[in-house]
Design a binder for this molecule. Structure first.
Ligand SMILES: [Zn+2]
Length: 76
């Protein structure tokens, strides 16, 4: 899977989470820090906490699968 797709999927998912339509990825050090921000580090898709610098490496396959379904549907 391409890292670019992972990044797009993470942006989509966290955007949906910000709109309270899904449960998004949050900081694992402190849930009060809020939603993680999708970013790219060394060519890899990651999610970063801007409050404390926590970094979650990678994007779950399930999120990418959902993003692909939505993307393909939007193309109809
Ligand atoms: Zn944090």
């Amino acid at each position: 899977m391409k890292e670019h797709e992972k990044l797009l999927a993470a942006r989509y998912w966290q955007g949906e989470a910000a709109a309270r339509r899904v449960v998004g990825f949050r900081c694992r050090r402190d849930v009060g820090h809020g939603l993680l921000r999708p970013a790219r580090t060394g060519g890899r898709a990651v999610m970063v906490c801007d409050a404390c610098g926590f970094v979650q490496i990678g994007v779950p396959q399930s999120i990418v699968d959902v993003w692909r379904l939505v993307r393909d549907r939007a193309g109809d």
